[in-house]
Write a protein that binds this ligand. Structure first.
Ligand code: C2E
Ligand code: MG
Ligand code: MG
Length: 713
C-alpha cells in the first residue's frame, strides 16, 4: 500500500480509542444484562457513551493541530525547507514541536555550510584571481558565522615576518588592505592549533593581525591557521562585539574555510609560478617578449584613445659577443643581469624594461610629453651602462646603441613601432655606437644593417637556407657541379643576400658559426640527393678566411663527411685569394687536400692575385671572377685577361670555371678558349633546394633515357 494522508490515519486511531471506550461498557452491559439489572445497566451505558464522546472531542482538540503541523513539517524537511513550526499545543506535543524545530534549524545550518563550501570549491576550480576568492570567502564566512568582521592575513612571500590583512566588516565597503608585522611566537602557536583558537583579549603586537578587526569594534575572536605544505601561509579570523556562543558550527566552518583558503593559496602560488615562467626572462627576471608586447599593446591602445603619448627604446649592447668570447658565457650572463638592473634603475614606476633575447632590451616609456623626456632616459641608460662591470675580478665595459621611436606619432601598431625602433638603433650603430638615435621617416626605406644579435637570432631561428647554382661543362653542356649559396630569409625585410650580411658576420666572428651551419646543411643535402641517386658530381661551398684560420676546421670537414657518409671528392671548398695571403693557412690546406676534398680559388683576379699561390697550394680549380666576364667579348683587354687566366691555369694543371655567364656570346667565347666549366644566370640561376632537387631528378631521367636510347641503337 502507498503512503496515506495524515488525517485518515489519525482518524482511524482516534476511532479505535473511542471504539474501545464504547465497546467496553457494552461488554459490561451484556454481562450485567445476563443477571437482569436492566435499569442500572441502561444508565451506565448512556454515561459511558457520553464520556467517550467528551474524551474524543478533548483529545482531538489537544493534540490534533500539533500532529498535523508535525506531519507537514516533516514533509517540508524532505523538500529541504527548514521552516520553524509555530503551533500552540499541550505540553507533551510542545516538547515534540520544540525538538523538531531544533533539529530543523541544525539541519538548515549544516546544509547552508555544505552549500557554501561547495560554492567555494566551484570558485576555486574556476577562478584565477586570488583577491576574488578572498572576497568571496570573507563574505561567506560572515554569512555563516554571524560575525561582525572577518580578516584574512596573507604572509608576504619575500618577507615572512610581514603580512597584509584583507578585511570585511558589516557596514563597511572597500576597506583598504593593512600591512602588519607578525609576531614569531604567535605564528608558531597558531601553526600548532590546526583546529583554531579563540582570543578574548587582543594584544597589540602579538595579535597584530586582529588589529584591523578590533578597529571595527570587534572584541572577541576566533582564529584559524591556514597551512600550505606544512607552513603557515595565512590566518583566518572572525571578530564579534560580544562573547559569541561556543557554537560547534562556527568552529567547524572556520576550519573548513581555512582548508579552502589553503587550496586557494597553493593554487595561486602555482598559477603565479606558471605566469612568471611564461612572461618573464629567467636570467634577468625582466618581462620577456610576450609580456613586453602585451604592455606595448596596452600603451598603444591608451595612445589611440588620446589618453597618453609614449616612447619605445630599442637597446642593443655593443660588442657583447666579445665579452662572451673573452670571459665566457657564465660571465656574459652575469653581465646581462647587471645590465638589466641598471636599466631598471633608469626608469620610473609604471614604465617597462623587457629583454627580448640575447643582448637586446626594450623600454616602454609612458606619458612622454616631449621627445626630450625620452632622450633624457636614453642618455641616462647610456651613461649608467658605461660604468665598468666587475666580473670575476675583471672590469668589463659595455655600451649600448639605442633607437627611439615615439607613439602614436611615428606608428600605431606594434610591428611598425618595433621596426622603427630597430631601424633607429641600427642607425645609432652606424653612427659609431654608444649613442641614441630618434627614428625619422627617411630611415624607413633603407634596409637595416644586420647586428650580431640579428644574425645570432637568424642562426638559432633557422632563418638561413642554402640555394644551389648549377655549374655546367662548357664543351658538352652536362652538369658538373652545384655551388651552395647562403640566403637569409628575414621576417621583416624578406630575402637578404650574402653581400648584405656576410661582411657583418665576418666582423663579429659569427661567420665561423654560420659557416659551420652551411657545411652541415650542404652535406646533409648532398647525402639526401645521394640517397635518391640524383647527386650532382660535385658540391661547392664558400669558406671564409676566419673558418680556415680555426685550427680544427679540417677536423670539422672530416666529421661532416663521416656524419653523412660522403666521399671527400664530392666536396669542393671555395676559398678567396685573401685567404691564401695568410701564411698560416698552408697546413690547413694540406690537411684538407689530404682528406680528398677539392679546393677552388674563388673570385680569381680580384684580390691578391698571385700565380705563385696556385703552385704553392693544393688548389684544383680556379674560378674566374664574374667582373672579368662582364665585358667579354666586346672589351679586348678583358677578353685577353680571361684567355690568359685560362691558359696559365691549364698550364699549372688546374681546372677553370668562369662565373657570371649572362649571355650566349660569353659562353661561346669560353668554349673557344677551352674553359672547363661555366656558371651564370644565362645557364641557371641559384635555385632553392626543392627546385634543385627537381632539376637533378629531371637530369637523371634524361641521362637514363639517353643511355637507354643509345643501348637500343
Ligand atoms: P661567389 O662565391 O663568387 O658566388 C657567386 C655569386 O655570383 C653568387 O652571389 C651568385 O648568385 C652570383 N651569380 C651567379 N651567376 C651570376 C650571373 O650570371 N650574374 C650575376 N650578376 N651574378 C651571378 P651571391 O649568392 O650573392 O653570393 C655572393 C658571395 O657571397 C659569394 O660569391 C660568396 O663569396 C659569398 N657567399 C655565398 N654563400 C656563402 C657562404 O655560404 N659562406 C661564405 N663565407 N660566403 C658565401
Ligand atoms: Mg663562390
Ligand atoms: Mg665567385
Amino acid at each position: 500500500m502507498g503512503e496515506l494522508p495524515f488525517d485518515s490515519r489519525m482518524g482511524r486511531r482516534i476511532g479505535l480509542a473511542l471504539g474501545l471506550c464504547a465497546v467496553l461498557p457494552v461488554l459490561v452491559f451484556a454481562a450485567l444484562a445476563a443477571h437482569g439489572a436492566w435499569l442500572i445497566l441502561t444508565l451506565t451505558l448512556v454515561l459511558a457513551l457520553a464520556g467517550a464522546a467528551v474524551a474524543s472531542v478533548y483529545l482531538t482538540h489537544r493534540y490534533g493541530p500539533a500532529l498535523r503541523a508535525l506531519a507537514e513539517g516533516l514533509g517540508a524537511l524532505r523538500a529541504r525547507q527548514f521552516a520553524r513550526l509555530d503551533v500552540r499545543s499541550a505540553d507533551e506535543a510542545l516538547l515534540l514541536i520544540d525538538n523538531f524545530n531544533r533539529a530543523a534549524a541544525s539541519l538548515d545550518e549544516q546544509f547552508r555550510v555544505l552549500e557554501t563550501l561547495a560554492q567555494i570549491d566551484q570558485l576555486l576550480l574556476h577562478s584565477v584571481d586570488l583577491e576574488h576568492v578572498l572576497d568571496t570567502i570573507m563574505s561567506r564566512v560572515q554569512g555563516l558565522t554571524y560575525c561582525q568582521s572577518v580578516g584574512i592575513t596573507l604572509r608576504d612571500a619575500d618577507a615572512p615576518g610581514r603580512g597584509r590583512v584583507y578585511l570585511a566588516a558589516s557596514g563597511l565597503t572597500d576597506v583598504p588592505v593593512s600591512r602588519i608585522a607578525l609576531d614569531d611566537d604567535m605564528l608558531q602557536a597558531l601553526t600548532e592549533q590546526t583546529n583554531g583558537l579563540t582570543v578574548v583579549r587582543c594584544e597589540e603586537s602579538r595579535h597584530s593581525f586582529l588589529k584591523p578587526l578590533a578597529d571595527t569594534g570587534a572584541m572577541f575572536f576566533w582564529v584559524w591557521p591556514v597551512i600550505v605544505a606544512e607552513r603557515l601561509e595565512a590566518i583566518l579570523a572572525v571578530g564579534y562585539r560580544e562573547v559569541p556562543v561556543a557554537d560547534p558550527v562556527v568552529a567547524h566552518c572556520g576550519g573548513k574555510f581555512a582548508e579552502r583558503l589553503a587550496v586557494a593559496l597553493s593554487k595561486s602560488a602555482r598559477d603565479e609560478h606558471l605566469y612568471r615562467q611564461a612572461h618573464y626572462d629567467p636570467l634577468t627576471a625582466l618581462p620577456n617578449r610576450l609580456l613586453f608586447r602585451d604592455r606595448l599593446a596596452q600603451e598603444l591602445a591608451n595612445a589611440a584613445a588620446g589618453l597618453s603619448r609614449g616612447a619605445l627604446l630599442y637597446i642593443d649592447l655593443d660588442h657583447f659577443k666579445r665579452v662572451n668570447d673573452s670571459v665566457g658565457h657564465t660571465a656574459g650572463d652575469q653581465l646581462l643581469t647587471i645590465v638589466a638592473q641598471r636599466l631598471r634603475s633608469c626608469i620610473k614606476d609604471g614604465d617597462t624594461v623587457a629583454r627580448l633575447g640575447g643582448d637586446e632590451f626594450t623600454v616602454i616609456l609612458r606619458n612622454v610629453a616631449e621627445p626630450d623626456a625620452a632622450a633624457a632616459v636614453a642618455a641616462r641608460i647610456i651613461e649608467s651602462l658605461q660604468l665598468p662591470v666587475n666580473i670575476a675580478g675583471r672590469d668589463c665595459y659595455v655600451c649600448a646603441s639605442i633607437g627611439i621611436t615615439l607613439f602614436p606619432d611615428d606608428a600605431k601598431t606594434i610591428e611598425d613601432l618595433m621596426r622603427n625602433a630597430d631601424t633607429a638603433m641600427y642607425r645609432a650603430k652606424d653612427l659609431g655606437r654608444g649613442r641614441m638615435t630618434f627614428f625619422d621617416l627617411n630611415m624607413a626605406s633603407k634596409p637595416a644593417k644586420p647586428t650580431d644579435t640579428g644574425l645570432q637570432h637568424a642562426l638559432r631561428g633557422r632563418e638561413f637556407s642554402l640555394f644551389y647554382q648549377p655549374q655546367f661543362d662548357v664543351a658538352g653542356g652536362e652538369l658538373v657541379g652545384v655551388e651552395a649559396l647562403l640566403r637569409w630569409q628575414t621576417p621583416r625585410d624578406g630575402m637578404r643576400y650574402p653581400g648584405e650580411f656576410v661582411p657583418a658576420a665576418e666582423e663579429s666572428g659569427l661567420i665561423v658559426d654560420i659557416g659551420g651551419w652551411v657545411l652541415d646543411a650542404a652535406c646533409a643535402q648532398l647525402a639526401g640527393w645521394r640517397e635518391r641517386q640524383i647527386a650532382p658530381p660535385r658540391l661547392a661551398l664558400n669558406v671564409s678566411a676566419q673558418q680556415l684560420q680555426h685550427a680544427d676546421f679540417p677536423k670539422l670537414v672530416r666529421r661532416a663527411l663521416e656524419k653523412y657518409d660522403l666521399p671527400a671528392a664530392l666536396l669542393e671548398l671555395e676559398l678567396t685569394e685573401s685567404v691564401l695571403a695568410n701564411a698560416t693557412v698552408g697546413a690547413a690546406l694540406a690537411r684538407l687536400a689530404q682528406l680528398g676534398v677539392h679546393l677552388a680559388l674563388d673570385d680569381f683576379g680580384t684580390g691578391y692575385s698571385s700565380l705563385s699561390y696556385l703552385r704553392q697550394y693544393p688548389i684544383d680549380t680556379v674560378k674566374i671572377d664574374r667582373t672579368f666576364l662582364n665585358e667579354v667579348p666586346q672589351n679586348p683587354a678583358s677578353a685577353t685577361l680571361v684567355e690568359t687566366i685560362i691558359v696559365m691555369a691549364h698550364a699549372l694543371g688546374k681546372r677553370v670555371i668562369a662565373e657570371g655567364i649572362e649571355t650566349n656570346e660569353q659562353l661561346m667565347f669560353l668554349r673557344e678558349r677551352r674553359c672547363d666549366a661555366a656558371q651564370g644566370f644565362y645557364l641557371a640561376r641559384p635555385l632553392a633546394a626543392a627546385a634543385m632537387t627537381e632539376l637533378l631528378q629531371a637530369r637523371t631521367l634524361f641521362v637514363q633515357d639517353s643511355m637507354a636510347r643509345a643501348a637500343s641503337n
